[in-house]
Design a protein around this ligand. Structure first.
Ligand code: FES
Ligand SMILES: [Fe+2]
Length: 365
């Protein structure tokens, strides 16, 4: 049900500060994440191969982790390197390790076949490393399937109804602003929507001086497989020609959101909402963080309620409207990629000789 051979966000790097052992379920697998003493980020299956104790209750030793049940020690590749009281460590003893890349404060993980992991495939969001753009990394947990959050982001008209008094500003947004462009991309979509001569929405109003001057508002959203959303927002003094490229007096935001499945019905949601106009006034970032939490709690409220309704009746057929074109395209693309990946796995498994069965008796010798 998940696409495995792709990069997902597993954590913000600040979650691994000070040697923290972070236990996180990703795509229904228990993963332990930590930063080793050398600075290397490690991701291992969070289950000791001996008796199944969780490794996040263990102890970090250098870049290694020691299970604090019977003391088996694993290196950063997951290989068991020490069994207290036993001289020989059978080569087979170990736990799965996952390719990880720490980049721009994000920790990316590859949950599929390790030999296919290429860090060059990680989607770049340069604003996270650009000192001109400021923001505060944040996290929310959802009791909902990650694709319901993707659906939500695919249609900005929900801003009008879910976020009338926070991120949206008015119900008018849904009626008079239309998606200017919906582009189907090979692995996602791009949507663009303009709202001309509108009152600044509450989250923006809080951080600007001229609170009542109308603005021309533009949102450009990019959604990428498996659930990565980038939003470029522009608020320009109304009527000054932002749509023709005049950005004088404009205020801009860059927003990244990463939806990583925890399970089929729960999601890790990471985001950062960046601005390039706060200079030394970090209160702007704080205000935006609070506004976004307020707004995302509104999404969470309706999406989690939607998930419960959908769970009650798996036969319920959803009916599409015109604005659903991006989400329909995204879900079809993802389904095709998952089907292709699974077909390849089945054919690879069929051509492999049967693996030798591990024997605990042999491990004792
Ligand atoms: S369960 Fe981990 S060492 Fe025994
Ligand atoms: Fe929303």
């Amino acid at each position: 049900m998940f696409l495995k051979n792709c990069w997902y966000v597993a954590a913000w790097d600040h979650e691994l500060i000070d040697g923290k052992l972070l236990a996180r379920t990703l795509l229904e697998e228990r993963v332990l994440l930590y930063r080793g003493e050398s600075g290397k980020v490690v991701a291992l299956n969070d289950r000791c191969c001996h008796r199944g104790a969780p490794l996040h209750l263990g102890r970090r030793e250098g870049d290694c982790i020691r299970c604090m049940y019977h003391g088996l020690k694993y290196d950063a590749t997951g290989k068991c390197v020490q069994i207290p009281g036993q001289d020989v460590v059978p080569a087979k003893l170990g736990v799965r390790s996952y390719p990880v890349v720490a980049r721009d404060h994000l920790v990316w993980i590859w949950m599929g076949e390790a030999d296919k992991a290429n860090p060059d495939d990680i989607i770049d969001f340069p604003y996270l490393r650009d000192p001109d753009w400021k923001g505060i990394p944040a996290y929310l947990h959802y009791d909902a399937n990650y694709l319901l959050i993707v659906d939500n982001l695919a249609d900005f008209s929900h801003l009008a109804f879910v976020h009338t008094h926070t991120l949206g500003g008015s119900e008018e947004y849904a009626y008079i602003s239309k998606p200017l462009a919906i582009e189907r991309l090979e692995r996602g979509f791009r949507v663009e929507r303009w709202h001309m001569n509108a009152a600044p929405p509450p989250f923006h109003r809080k951080v600007i001086q001229d609170k009542d001057a109308p603005v021309d508002r533009r949102n450009i959203g990019h959604m990428h497989i498996p659930g990565i959303f980038f939003l470029e927002s522009l608020f320009s003094p109304a009527g000054t020609g932002a749509e023709k490229g005049n950005l004088e007096g404009a205020k801009q935001y860059r927003n990244c959101q990463f939806m990583t499945p925890e399970t089929r019905s729960t999601t890790h949601f990471f985001w950062n909402y960046l601005n390039n106009f706060e200079a030394d006034d970090s209160n702007i970032s704080r205000s935006l963080l609070n506004s976004l939490i307020e707004g995302f709690m509104e999404d969470k409220h309706i999406i989690e309620a939607q998930q419960k309704i959908l769970d009650e009746d798996p036969d319920f057929k959803l009916l599409a409207v015109v604005a659903d074109a991006p989400l329909v395209h995204f879900r079809a693309t993802l389904a095709r990629l998952i089907a292709k990946e699974q077909a390849m796995q089945i054919s690879a498994a069929a051509s492999k000789p049967a693996a030798a069965v591990f024997s605990p008796e042999l491990a004792m010798k």
